[in-house]
Design a binder for this molecule. Structure first.
Ligand SMILES: *[C@@H]1O[C@H](CO)[C@@H](O)[C@H](O)[C@H]1NC(C)=O
Ligand SMILES: *[C@@H]1O[C@H](CO)[C@@H](O)[C@H](O)[C@H]1NC(C)=O
Length: 287
């Protein structure tokens, strides 16, 4: 039972881990704007590898008091060819690609890590790809942040940043230093222990009782049916209890397959009939 619950919880955890925050795709939302409240995952495209000849910008804006933290969670873009990035990402510190660049040189290859922080409330991503090579692309965690002191609706990261409390323990490193994803295992364990499985146990017991009762009823029914058959069989075989005057007409045809083919159907000469009558008479006299 405990193992079963653990499996359930793990599946739930994975589900939550995959779908807790919004995911946007640069190729599918090419040249668009997005107003961000808490956090989103920005990916190159929905397909396994990003398409050729991409030329897309994507602008993210947060509420004016906030700034934007970009944490690179995955980066797999075509390597430099003769020292130049042919596929590349640029991050502009403003609402379009005329703002100043946050990255010192175009981002490409597979060794890009770290994070970027906007000075204002918007950022613009610009991604271009050429007509060669097949790569998965990037995954960026984009989060609305504020500097400490944090409000009661915010989680206080160890690095002094404030993020929405809903982002704590969601499986994504929105703080940039992973402080929102530590001390989460204890929470998971205590919530597993806190699951009340009494309704489940009661349900199982009720189910067993119902199934048991049903099987019992079927067995009783079959048993009764067989008893009745035995009784009928006995009636036909035992002349002692044979009713000599049944309600249906007694013919030779009726007994064709029975034991009474040769029986004389002279009702008056059957001895038992008198016995029954005398019993009835004595019963009457007692009353
Ligand atoms: C990308 O698109 C812009 C217009 O949206 C255009 O001005 C620019 O030349 C394009 N760049 C490439 C490399 O195609
Ligand atoms: C950005 O990443 C560096 C490591 O690359 C880390 O030391 C730093 O704390 C991060 N900054 C923020 C604001 O999370």
């Amino acid at each position: 039972m405990e193992f079963y619950l653990k499996v359930c919880f793990t599946v739930l955890c994975l589900f939550q881990w995959n779908y807790a925050i919004d995911t946007q795709y640069m190729y599918e939302s090419c040249n668009s704007n997005y107003v961000l409240e808490t956090s989103l995952q920005l990916e190159t495209s929905k397909s396994l590898t990003y398409p050729f000849q991409m030329n897309c910008t994507y602008t993210i804006t947060v509420p004016s008091a906030k700034t934007i933290l970009v944490v690179i969670s995955r980066f797999e873009v075509e390597e430099k060819v003769t020292g130049i990035c042919t596929d590349y990402l640029n991050i502009y510190d403003g609402g379009d690609n005329k703002a100043s660049l946050l990255n010192t040189s175009p981002l490409c290859g597979s060794s890009v890590t770290g994070n970027f922080t906007s000075t204002g409330s918007s950022l613009t991503f610009d991604f271009k790809s050429d007509e060669t090579a097949v790569y998965r692309g990037f995954g960026l965690l984009v989060t609305a942040i504020e500097n400490a002191p944090c409000t009661s609706a915010q989680f206080s990261c160890n690095n002094g940043l404030c993020i929405d409390t809903s982002l704590k323990c969601d499986g994504y490193n929105q703080c940039g230093d992973s402080s929102d994803e530590i001390n989460c295992q204890e929470n998971a364990a205590s919530s597993t222990a806190g699951i009340d499985n009494t309704p489940l146990i009661i349900g199982v017991i009720v189910g067993l009782v119902v199934v048991g009762g049903l099987i019992g009823a079927i067995i009783l029914h079959v048993y009764k049916k067989n008893q009745w058959k035995k009784f009928l069989h006995q009636h036909l075989e035992d002349p002692d209890v044979w009713n000599p005057s049944p309600s249906y007409p007694v013919t030779r045809k009726y007994y064709r397959n029975g034991n009474y083919n040769t029986l004389n159907i002279d009702v008056d000469n059957v001895p038992h009939i008198h016995q029954y009558e005398s019993m009835d008479a004595s019963a009457d006299s007692v009353r």
